[in-house]
Design a protein around this ligand. Structure first.
Ligand code: NAP
Length: 321
């Protein structure tokens, strides 16, 4: 039987409605949540994200402050800007948009952000709290994975508490942004959590771990890393990957760019179409899994809502001080 498609867009809309009510309540108490972005230089991805955050703040009814500075600004000046954001009563959350230029240390900037405004859990203090099982700001993408799993369980008549306890969960990827924190969030819910990564694959052990998972979370940034053979029959699959690929018109192989010929059949890719895919071979895996998130329209859709949730929490906590 084909898997249930977990509709991230619909879940995001549900959450948006819940948050809109919370925002209204906060505003009625004179509390105005806001986000600031900090961009240094003109990295394309960081600029795209900045624009997306600004648009999202407009849609959510949040204050927005843009801090965009030239490539040659000094680290000292960047830290002074962070300090001014830390002091700004209009701003409840600060988002550093990386990568920074080489002369600016990531950790120097992150460590200067007030832990009370660290809405995506970058600061070591907040990561430590997450590891201890008491996160103030569970990071957005890992939280989106948990939210999708919890809402899926609820829809199936399973109390999410029972659903996580003792469940076999395999996370593929151990980055500080996604893999590690989502592993902690699962562990904190008493799941039996395995974290696989590139070395697991290199030892030929990936399938051993993924095929025993009741819940499989994949965050590797590798298109088609997980095929039907790597998934247990009846598993729930959460695909975090976002990969822009060029699809070969001859053999349908995914390629990274148009400049070289297809890596499989050497066809010319100049006019080949591009497409956004996850890390899971969706068409194959949906025939074996019980439920699966699509890309796009899965985890990514819910991530912003988790960021909004943390912004409201930050605004509330700051107002209580
Ligand atoms: P990342 O920092 O590049 O980390 C990728 C992780 O996957 C690393 O731990 C890496 O292991 C592991 N990995 C790479 N190749 C592997 C393989 N063949 N087998 C097993 N593990 C492998 O990426 P990230 O920031 O965590 O993001 C992961 C994916 O999620 C990307 O596609 C990204 O675009 C997407 N993403 C989506 C959202 C969203 O909102 N939906 C948000 C953030 C990221 P090593 O470190 O050992 O090399």
């Amino acid at each position: 039987m084909a898997a249930k498609i977990i509709d991230g867009k619909a879940i995001a809309e549900e959450i948006r409605g819940e948050l809109a009510r919370e925002l209204e309540e906060l505003k009625s108490q004179g509390i105005e949540p806001g986000i600031a972005t900090l961009l240094v230089g003109d990295n394309f991805g960081a600029k795209m994200y900045r624009g997306a955050v600004e648009k999202f703040c407009g849609e959510m009814g949040f204050n927005y402050r843009e801090e965009t500075h030239p490539e040659d600004v000094s680290e000292q000046d960047v830290i002074a800007i962070v300090n001014s954001l830390n002091q700004d009563a209009q701003i409840s959350g600060i988002l550093p948009l990386r990568p920074f230029p080489e002369h600016i240390s990531d950790s120097a900037v992150i460590n200067s952000i007030s832990v009370d405004k660290d809405i995506d859990c970058f600061h070591p203090f907040n990561m430590g709290k997450l590891a201890l099982g008491e996160p103030t700001f569970p990071p957005a993408t890992p939280s989106a994975c948990i939210e999708l799993m919890e809402r899926y369980m609820t829809g199936e008549g399973i109390d999410p508490k029972d659903g996580f306890e003792g469940a076999e969960i395999c996370v593929v990827g151990h980055s500080n942004i996604v893999g590690k924190p989502v592993s902690f969030l699962c562990l904190n819910r008493n799941a039996t959590t395995t974290t696989a990564h590139v070395f697991t694959s290199q030892k030929g052990n990936l399938e051993k771990h993924t095929t025993t998972a009741d819940y499989l979370i994949v965050a590797a940034g590798v298109p088609n890393l997980v095929n039907a053979d790597q998934v247990k029959e009846g598993a729930v699959v959460i695909d975090v990957g976002i990969n822009r690929v060029i699809v070969c018109p001859e053999c349908q192989t995914y390629n990274r760019g148009k400049k070289s010929p297809c890596r499989q059949c050497a066809a010319d890719l100049t006019d080949a179409p591009s497409k956004t895919v996850g890390d899971v071979n969706f068409d194959q895996v949906k025939e074996k899994a019980k439920a699966i998130t699509p890309v796009p329209g899965g985890v990514g859709s819910v991530t912003n809502m988790m960021l909004a949730k943390n912004t409201l929490r930050a605004a509330r906590l700051l107002a209580e001080r």
